[in-house]
Ligand binder design. Structure first.
Ligand SMILES: Cc1cc2nc3c(=O)[nH]c(=O)nc-3n(C[C@H](O)[C@H](O)[C@H](O)COP(=O)(O)OP(=O)(O)OC[C@H]3O[C@@H](n4cnc5c(N)ncnc54)[C@H](O)[C@@H]3O)c2cc1C
Length: 301
């Protein structure tokens, strides 16, 4: 359970209050506001605040005085044009603020996205909860034999049981020592900022993460992708659902021109042209590396 009953009560109280505003609001996003959506075994994502909507993107692109909307079709067409042609600054006019609870090793990947504003729970000041990410059996996978940066089939039998037991026992033991070291009962008690170094990378942390829509979509393109590690991908997929309800035109354009799109090199385009002209193009005569040829065949093959 990612939230305590007190935390849930705070969220319910926030959701029961409504305010009048002149600002743009989006019914799809209002429905999500403050709610915690579970991710992994103890994590969550929740929207704390947002600014802007699809119309705000068009308004900025047109530098208009009013809402900027000529017609709904015009807005969608403009957004698709902007996305297609990498005209990115209008998307920066929308902002999203999330509260995320995530394992530390996922946070290390996430924090590489430098274009967001972050404030993390202080483990110098506060005591971390006894919560560790333990993969579900189907996600307890073996090292991939084809991709050094990936995983293969799920572990099975005695090996799966032993690995799961190590993960649980080691996490528990490390936390027990952490709790014992910081305790001031009958001893001075080690500083929290030092004791935390004993905790494993699967312990959960939390942060507020604020980002504009352009950089959020960049994050989602990289982290909702099949090449991203499963444990960060599930967060990105949850955020994708929120963005789809927040800025539906922008999200659809993102799906079409980024998520579902491919980038082709000049050699790839040349090969494609030769193929369409009826030439037999092979790995030997394509002018690309083995790996690039494999990627190309993955797209057109
Ligand atoms: C599948 C996958 C595997 C990865 N493997 C590794 C790995 O093995 N090792 C590793 O270290 N990292 C790895 N990364 C992280 C990756 O290299 C990037 O650091 C991360 O995805 C953040 O991307 P970004 O820099 O584009 O994003 P952001 O930091 O959000 O930046 C967005 C864009 O802003 C611009 N920008 C931001 N800051 C600067 C700057 N200081 N100077 C110039 N331009 C800037 C760039 O155009 C950048 O693309 C991996 C990422 C993925 C998705």
């Amino acid at each position: 359970m990612p939230l305590s009953s007190d935390q849930q009560a705070e969220i319910d109280a926030l959701r029961s209050e409504t305010r009048q505003t002149l600002r743009a609001t989006v019914p799809g996003m209002e429905a999500h506001l403050y709610k915690a959506y579970p991710v992994l075994d103890h994590g969550f994502v929740r929207v704390v605040d947002y600014m802007g909507d699809d119309a705000a993107i068009c308004q900025a692109a047109r530098v208009s005085y009013g809402k900027g909307t000529k017609s709904v079709q015009n807005d969608e067409g403009l957004i698709r044009y902007l996305m297609r042609h990498w005209h990115s600054t209008p998307f920066e006019m929308c902002e999203l603020k999330l509260h995320v609870k995530l394992p530390v090793f996922v946070a290390r990947q996430w924090i590489r996205h430098r274009t967001a504003n972050v404030n993390e729970y202080s483990a110098r000041y506060s005591i971390l909860d006894r919560e560790f990410y333990i993969p579900a059996p189907e996600n307890l996978a073996a090292q991939s034999v084809v991709n050094n940066q990936g995983r293969g089939q799920a572990l099975t039998g005695e090996e799966a049981a032993r690995v799961l037991e190590y993960l649980k026992a080691d996490s528990t033991r490390a936390y027990d020592h952490y709790a014992e070291m910081i305790s001031d009962e009958g001893q001075q008690g080690l500083a929290r900022e030092l004791a935390r170094m004993n905790l494993p990378a699967n312990v959960y942390t939390q942060w507020y993460w604020k980002v504009d829509l352009h950089n959020l979509l960049h994050f989602l393109r990289l982290r909702a992708d099949t090449h991203a590690q499963y444990e960060i991908r599930v967060y990105a997929e949850e955020i994708c659902k929120l963005v789809a309800d927040w800025v539906p035109f922008a999200y659809k354009a993102f799906e079409d021109y980024r998520l579902g799109a491919v980038t082709m090199s000049a050699q790839m385009v040349d090969c494609l042209r030769r193929m369409i002209a009826g030439e037999e193009v092979t790995e030997e005569n394509c002018g690309m590396s083995k790996r690039e040829w494999r990627e190309f065949m993955g797209v057109v093959g």
